[in-house]
Write a new protein. Sequence first.
Length: 747
Amino acid sequence: MKRSFTSLLGLTCLFLILNTGGGQAKVNKKYSSSLSLQKRPLIKKTYFKVALSFLRGPDLKRYLNKSIEIAGYFYDGSIPMLVSDYDRVLVDYPLSRQDYIPLVGNIPSSLVSGQKIVVKGILSKPLSSDPSWVRKEPSLIRVGNLVYKRRSPEKEPFHSLLKLKILPFKGALRKGTTRFIFRPKYRVNLPEKYAILIAGGIDEANNHIRYWNDLKVMYRILLANGYKPENITVIYADGSRRDNDLPINYSATRANLRQAFRDLAQQVTSLDTVYIMLGDHGGGVLLKRAGSNLPGIYGAVIDRNGDEDDEIDEEAVDLDLNRDGDKKDVLSYDETLFLWGGEFVTDDFFAQLVNLLSRCQRIIIQMKQCFSGGFIEDLRAPRRTIMASTSEYNFSYSYADYGVYTYWYFSAFLGGELPRSFLVADRANAGEWEWFDLEDLGDDKVAFRAHNGLYVRYNPNFDCLLTANGEKIGDWETFVLEDLGKGEIALRADNGKYVCADANYYNFLIADRTERKEWETFRLIRNRAGKVALQAHNGRFVCAEAARERWKVDADTNNDGRISIVEAYNLAFKYDRSETPFFEDDGQAPSYSSLMPRNGEGRESLNVFLSSGEELGAIKGKIALKAHNGFFVCADLGKKAFLVADRSQAREWETFEVIELSAGQIALKASNGKYVGTLSQQDPRLVAKYRFPRGKAVFRLIRVGGGKIAFKAGNGKYVCADSGLGNVLIADRNEIQAWEKFEFIQR
């Protein structure tokens, strides 16, 4: 065996020599001088060997403008930089200032992301002549022509060359498969990135174009971040593609989902990363419907294993929810993910599929379906990062072309808003993007050309939405103009339907109306240049801008007004929806601002973490809480376990266990073994009744000085011991004052 290995190694070396010109490594001429310095006499120079974290923190001044030598991992997926922990890049963790330092200079093309190297250069502050993406950085390494050396091989894991035999993956062709997945049975033992992308409506009517668009953008992002096409599995609708921009492996059925995860489970190793994206409809329980005190059950199924805490008393709501002939049951419900043809999977079943991949180094799960926050507790496990677009008890909202959450998630990845060309009536004034060239085609037929030089078209493949992306005039770019008098018109598309600025569809223009009413009527306005503008029934002008501001994002920008790549990279992963933060993100960032979409009153807000404005304390174990009135807080089991500050001594009922979760969150377990939480959205009194530390039973603990703390509940309000309510604890205060502060005594 030793002889055969030696022979193989010898042949390998001979092959490399023959293919590199007699053993001389092929080096880009541009960088050859910097890579072959070891062959020339060097002037001895003193370099300070320092750790990366010293170059970005309080010790910065100590090394500024000095020659330094530093080890780290090279990465150029966003900007050229050294990172201290390459796993943070692989699993898409946020990069803090102490985790990376930018490199400015000539970077050899032979360098590959993930290589561990030692760099020599000068630590300096950014200059105005530096690239825009580093001008807001506190420091960088100026390297000229980059001088580096790779870390010695013995410090890197040994990767065997014996597992190079490649065999085709032998699997059955699944329904809806348009591409065979070939994966090697054996491969070099190096980290790999895999992905499973799932989307595609319930049926044709519910399979919105935004699901396909979300998949396409995520697919491109994965490719740009080192995911191989053969390692990305796409599961979509009935298996039919909307265009040729994306391959599909499976139709979205329960059986195919199971097969895809089982196949991947046979491939992954403990070195690998798996990215999972869910972009479909979801089912769950809306605890209170608009205009009603009754819960709304939307596609949820009755919980069979007792792991849900959204208890609904049939007697209280006067409904026989499980249809067993009485109204005496107390029921809980599982959240669901809808698939094609009326199929679905529960949060429990999906967690079982993900658990097949548990040996992976990291699993990243991104979910945008309604009630997606309800999947988090089932999916929680070590080495997992979980993102959800909404809480366990709420809907997820979408634009016509992308999901709201995915749109801004993708935009943060790409360093700017996604290019868009959909027409929408949302502008108060007419600017260059609101004026169109009107071309008369005869017989009352016209065409509109937008500011981008492309024609407005109706597209049946995009839910009949109007877009400004037609390169020439055809049937889809031709509209019948009906003159209604007094400057008002109506437009009919090639499908014979009227164009409407639908207020229920975010005022996007859509050609799907069989009759003409006020929403299908527009005022045609001409300017002196001969261009026209369309004013919709809401008084707003129709716009075809490729990238419109729809949200006000408060983030650091460069001198030229653009958001930096690193800031954009981090922005998506600081995403928070009150009750569903990142369970694997250990950064402290409880201070956030609320961002609302234009004309989005009444919709849920998007919370983006901006800074660590509140200090989190490492308070663990059992504690007692003394309120502002000098009495201890008690979970009174004689009063249905409501919390009240009325006890002079701290005994068993006045003792709480602090359970540290993550992302700066804690839970309080009372003496009855139940977790403390708010009673409901309408009644935010605190009660010890929950079986699991999630949702309403999760708090943020905030140090307020003087040995006192405050609690912020999942509804965004602070907990108060209100003397006007008999000292009952209630989470309904907007700021921290005397009644919202508690003294804690370690037990």
